[in-house]
Design a protein around this ligand. Structure first.
Ligand code: 5RP
Length: 223
């Protein structure tokens, strides 16, 4: 099976976690796009969605699924999203699609996080994928130096030769070379640096379940 077929497989498998009559939390990325496409088949039986990015909102609305503002919704039973890396305890690196801050907000509002990923995303330790960090532009250089002091190399993410602006109007640093032995401690530490909006390590908002697309089918990992 191709990687794209594995993404379709887990995107469709995630439908079993969607609760009829409720609002579902929706992440961002190519795997989530497969989920959104599959969700269209259930659109009459759900109230709608809370979305983690402008891109997912546009896709949901194009399929006729109502998108609620997060502030209009008190609790969400399930959040479905992809990951750039996931370890054996459900900790993840996310933000390859630059939507990490809104993803963490919707995840925090949700009782259960169902991660959908192809098997290439499963790792024994986080950190091979450069960690995305959303930062306030005026703090970018100082935060780069703080990562250098930790042994990391932070690169400003560019789009068409200019700094990429997130949906929140901020910048992304992609940090490689880090050893993330303790994801919870790492997330707590970096999140309190002045100018950091969100670090793309999801340990406090880890996955409850991962639907992993493998050549043998969908494997369900529960944490
Ligand atoms: C976006 C994300 C995505 O979930 C992550 O990048 C995985 O994306 P894909 O499903 O395209 O591999 O965190 O900010």
């Amino acid at each position: 099976m191709t990687q794209d077929e594995l993404k379709t497989l887990v995107g469709e498998a995630a439908l079993q976690y969607v609760v009829p009559g409720e609002i579902v939390g929706v992440g961002t990325g190519s795997t989530v796009n497969k989920f959104i496409d599959a969700l269209a088949s259930m659109k009459e039986s759900i109230r709608g969605a809370v979305s983690s990015s402008n891109a997912s909102t546009a896709r949901l609305e194009a399929l006729g699924i109502r998108v609620f503002d997060a502030n209009e919704v008190e609790a969400i039973s399930v959040y479905i999203d992809g990951a750039d890396e996931i370890d054996g305890r459900g900790h993840m690196i996310k933000g390859g699609g630059a939507a990490l801050t809104r993803e963490k907000i919707v995840a925090a509002q949700s009782a259960k996080f169902v991660c959908i990923a192809d098997e290439s995303k499963l790792v024994t330790a986080l950190g091979k994928f450069p960690v995305p960090v959303e930062v306030i532009p005026m703090a970018a250089r100082r935060i780069e130096r703080q990562f250098a002091a930790m042994g990391g190399v932070a690169r400003l993410r560019l789009k068409d030769g200019a700094p990429l602006a997130t949906d929140n109007g901020q910048f992304i640093l992609d940090v490689s070379g880090l050893v993330i032995a303790d994801p919870l401690a790492f997330e707590s530490e970096v999140n309190q640096w002045p100018g950091v909006v969100t670090v793309g390590v999801f340990a406090h908002q880890k996955a409850s379940v991962c639907l992993l697309g493998t050549a043998g089918g969908v494997k369900t990992l529960a944490y």
